[in-house]
Design a protein around this ligand. Structure first.
Ligand code: AMP
Length: 212
């Protein structure tokens, strides 16, 4: 199973990809997670990516393509993968096609999760992440038992710097401008399935499973 998950920030791509990873036993490849890890570790890549991420802008294509290329060379992706957050531009989508050609593989499908803009802003600006284990909470939809404290490991909950309302609006603008053209790109190839992203996680997961 080789899938691309498309959708604006806050649409639940990451959550659904994690669930699909379990169902299909293929690795979830999240470029956002890889970039954040590089920033935290202070690697050369992280230093280059940091300012773009914090401003809600896209990291330059060559950096995103480079990390995906490297990641796809690993053994665990040989029989499939879920791309979460990549491609984000048509340049990246074309490079992905090239990489797959080299691996003699094809995409099985592209899932587009749709969520209205106001809901995305509410989801992202209320999101809180555990600094220690990465668990995700929400001030209104999924509050922790004790304010600011992770239910799972007791770590401190923080807001991702790019989840502030101003940066969220910029990320959504960037999505409209750069990522929306991909919808047409994959639609023309007949491999795009649209899924309504409103509702409980399980319900959205069932819709994706039916689409697949
Ligand atoms: P995400 O967690 O997918 O929302 O990604 C967080 C941030 O990482 C984005 O706002 C971008 O700055 C950067 N990023 C992630 N994936 C890509 C990509 N494929 N191309 C360019 N920038 C990316």
């Amino acid at each position: 199973m080789r899938l691309v998950m498309l959708g604006p920030p806050g649409s639940g791509k990451g959550t659904q990809s994690a669930a699909l990873q379990e169902r299909y036993s293929v690795p979830q490849i999240s470029t956002g997670d890889m970039f954040r890890e590089a920033v935290t570790e202070g690697t050369e890549l992280g230093k280059k990516a940091k300012e773009y991420i914090e401003a809600g802008e896209l990291v330059p294509d060559e950096l995103a393509i480079g990390i995906v290329e490297e990641r796809l060379r690993k053994e665990d992706g040989a029989h499939g993968f879920l791309l979460d957050g990549f491609p984000r531009t048509t340049v990246q989508a074309k490079m992905l096609d090239k990489m797959l050609l080299g691996l003699e593989a094809e995409l099985d499908g592209v899932i587009l999760i749709r969520v209205p803009e106001e809901e995305l802003i509410a989801r992202l600006s209320g999101r809180r992440i555990c600094e220690a284990c990465g668990a995700v909470f929400h001030v209104a939809n999924k509050p922790p038992a004790a304010k600011g404290v992770c239910d799972i490991c007791g770590g401190q909950l923080i807001q991702r710097p790019d989840d502030s309302e101003e940066t969220v609006r910029e990320r959504l603008r960037v999505y409209e401008e750069n990522t929306k053209p991909l919808i047409e790109y994959y639609e023309k190839r007949g491999i795009l399935a649209e899924v309504d992203g409103i509702g409980p996680v399980k319900q959205v997961f069932d819709r994706i499973s039916r689409a697949l």
